[in-house]
Design a protein around this ligand. Structure first.
Ligand code: UDP
Length: 475
C-alpha cells in the first residue's frame, strides 16, 4: 500500500471541559478529512458533545472514520458528587482539585485501551501528564494538546523557568518577561500566586509534570496559525526547542457553516441588525462572575446605547431580578438579547452584524474572535487568559483591556469592574477614534486566518506534514 493510502489511526484524549473538547473535535475532523481513522476518548456524560458530529461524519462515507470510546469517570472514588464529569460543573461546585484527582485515575483505562487498539498516535491533553509514559509502553508517539496559542505557551514557559516576579517588591510592579521577542510586561497579580511563589505546591508540581511530559513527548499540536504570532511560533520551536505543528484556527475546519448550522433565534435577530453594530459578550464555559458584576455589565450595556447579545450561563443568573436593573429587558428591547445558557458562539461571531466581542480571553474564544475579524474588549480571569489579553491588546492591537488586574479562580468583590470602565472600553471600540484602525487590523487577521487553513496555507501544510510523518513512521 502507498503511504497516502495507509489507514492511520489517531486517538484523541481531550480533557473533560468544553474549552478542551471543542477544539479536539475540530482537530479530529481535520484528520478525518485526510482519510485518517480517529477515536475520541471521553466519559459517559461528556459523550453528547461528540455524538451528533460523529454520527453526521460517519454517514458521509462507507468507512466510518470517527469513533468514540467511553471511559468510566471515577467521581465516587475521589469524593466528587455523582454526575460531576466536567470542568464546568467542577468549577461551579468549587471542587476542581478533586476533579484533577479523578482525571489522574483514568490512566489504567487508557493503557488497557492502547494495548488493545494499538493506534499510530495518541493526542492527549496536557493535563494527562502520564500519557507520554503510557503510550511509550506500547511504542505509540504521544502528542500534547494544551489548548493554548504560541504566545501563551512561550510566555508561560519563560515565566516558569525564569521566575521574573521573585524580585519585584509589590504585586503590581510590572516586570519584563525575559528573552521574549517583544517587550512584554506583566505583574505578578496577573498570574496565579502558586505559580510565581516558587513553593513546592500541587500547582507547581503539576506544571513541572506537564512540562516534563511535553519535553519527552513526540511534539505539540497547536490551535493557532503561523501568520498570527510568527515570532512566538519560531521562539517555541527554536528557542524552547519544542517540536510543534500549528493546525488552526480549528474552528474554521468546516469552511463556513456546513456542519455548524444552528437554528438559534439570535441568528435571525442578528439578520435584522446593521453591519458591525452588535456587541457580543460571553465569558466561556468556566469563568464565574458575581451578581454585582453582572449588574455593572447590564448598566454599561444600557449606558453604551449599543446593540448587544449577552450570554449569561444558568448558574450565574439565579433570580434574574436580583442582578438585572429593574426594567432592563423592557428598556433594551429590540436592541439587546440575553441568552441564558449555551450560545452558538462561532456562528454569532461570524455574523457580519457583530462589531465587538467582550471576552474572558479563553484561547478558543480569542481565536474565534480573531478568525471572525472582530475587535475585542478583553476581560481575563484566570488560566493563561492574561497572556492572551497581552497578545490581543499589545501585539496584535485588535482589542482594548477592560482593566481586569488580578488572576483569580474565584471571583471576588474587590475585583469588580465598574460600569464606567466597561462602557469606556465598549465605546472605544464601537465609536471611538481608534475603532476603525483596530477593525481594519482585525479584518486583515481574519483574512490571514482563512488563508492559513485553505489548501497550501500554513496550517493546512503543517497538518499534512504531521500526517505524512506519522504515515512514514508506520511503514
Ligand atoms: N462556547 C459556546 N457557547 C457558549 C459558551 C462557550 O459555543 O455559550 C464555546 C466557545 O465558542 C469556545 C468554548 O466554548 O469554543 C470556550 O472555550 P474558551 O477556551 O474560550 O474558554 P473556557 O470555557 O475554556 O474558559
Amino acid at each position: 500500500m502507498g503511504i497516502e493510502n495507509q489507514q492511520l489511526h489517531v486517538v484523541f484524549f481531550p480533557y473533560l471541559g468544553h474549552g478542551h473538547m471543542i477544539p479536539i473535535l475540530d482537530i479530529a475532523k481535520l484528520f478525518v478529512a485526510r482519510n485518517v481513522k480517529t477515536t475520541i476518548i471521553t466519559t459517559p456524560l461528556n459523550a453528547p458533545t461528540f455524538t451528533k458530529t460523529i454520527e453526521t461524519y460517519n454517514k458521509r462515507g462507507p468507512n466510518p472514520l470517527m469513533n468514540l470510546e467511553i471511559f468510566t469517570f471515577p467521581s465516587r472514588e475521589v469524593g466528587l458528587p455523582e454526575g460531576c464529569e466536567n470542568l464546568q460543573q467542577a468549577g461551579a461546585l468549587g471542587v476542581i482539585p478533586l476533579f484533577f484527582k479523578a482525571g489522574e485515575l483514568l490512566r489504567e483505562q487508557l493503557e488497557k485501551f492502547l494495548e488493545a487498539s494499538r493506534p499510530d498516535c495518541l493526542v492527549a491533553d496536557m493535563f494527562f501528564t502520564w500519557a507520554t509514559e503510557s503510550s511509550a509502553k506500547f511504542n505509540i508517539p504521544r502528542i500534547v494538546f494544551h489548548g493554548y496559542g504560541f504566545f501563551a505557551l512561550c510566555a508561560k514557559e519563560i515565566e516558569r523557568v525564569h521566575k521574573p516576579f521573585k524580585t519585584v517588591s509589590s504585586d503590581d510592579e510590572a516586570v519584563i518577561l525575559p528573552r521574549l521577542p517583544h517587550e512584554v510586561k506583566m505583574t505578578r497579580l496577573q498570574v496565579s500566586k502558586e505559580e510565581w511563589s516558587d513553593e513546592d505546591n500541587e500547582f507547581n508540581r503539576r506544571s513541572a509534570r506537564i512540562k516534563e511530559s511535553e519535553v519527552e513527548s513526540y511534539g505539540v499540536i497547536v490551535n493557532s496559525f503561523y501568520e498570527l504570532e510568527p515570532d512566538y511560533a519560531d521562539f517555541f520551536r527554536k528557542e524552547l526547542g519544542r517540536r510543534a505543528w500549528h493546525v488552526g484556527p480549528v474552528s474554521l475546519c468546516t469552511r463556513g457553516t456546513q456542519d455548524k448550522v444552528n437554528e438559534h433565534e439570535c441568528l435571525e435577530w442578528l439578520n435584522s441588525k446593521k453591519h458591525a453594530s452588535v456587541v457580543y459578550i460571553c465569558f466561556g464555559s468556566i469563568a464565574h462572575y458575581l451578581a454585582p458584576q453582572l449588574t455593572e455589565i447590564a448598566k454599561a450595556l444600557e449606558g453604551s446605547r449599543q446593540n448587544f447579545i449577552w450570554v449569561v450561563r444558568n448558574r450565574d443568573h439565579g433570580n434574574a431580578e436580583e442582578w438585572l436593573p429593574q426594567g432592563f429587558e423592557q428598556r433594551t428591547k429590540g436592541r439587546g438579547l440575553i441568552i441564558r445558557g449555551w450560545a452558538p458562539q462561532v456562528l454569532i461571531l461570524m455574523h457580519e452584524a457583530v462589531g465587538a466581542f467582550v471576552t474572558h480571553c479563553g484561547w478558543n474564544s480569542t481565536l474565534e474572535g480573531i478568525s471572525a475579524g472582530v475587535p475585542m474588549v478583553t476581560w481575563p480571569v484566570f488560566a493563561e487568559q492574561f497572556y492572551n489579553e497581552k497578545l490581543v491588546t499589545e501585539i496584535l492591537k485588535t482589542g482594548v483591556p477592560v482593566g481586569a488586574k488580578r488572576w483569580s479562580r474565584v471571583a471576588s468583590i474587590e475585583d469588580l469592574i465598574n460600569q464606567d470602565a466597561i462602557e469606556k472600553a465598549l465605546k472605544e471600540i464601537m465609536v471611538g477614534e481608534k475603532g476603525p484602525e483596530m477593525r481594519n487590523r482585525a479584518k486583515k487577521l481574519k483574512e490571514m486566518a482563512w488563508r492559513a487553513v485553505e489548501e497550501r496555507g500554513s496550517s493546512y501544510n503543517d497538518l499534512n506534514s504531521l500526517i505524512n510523518e506519522l504515515r512514514n513512521n508506520c511503514t
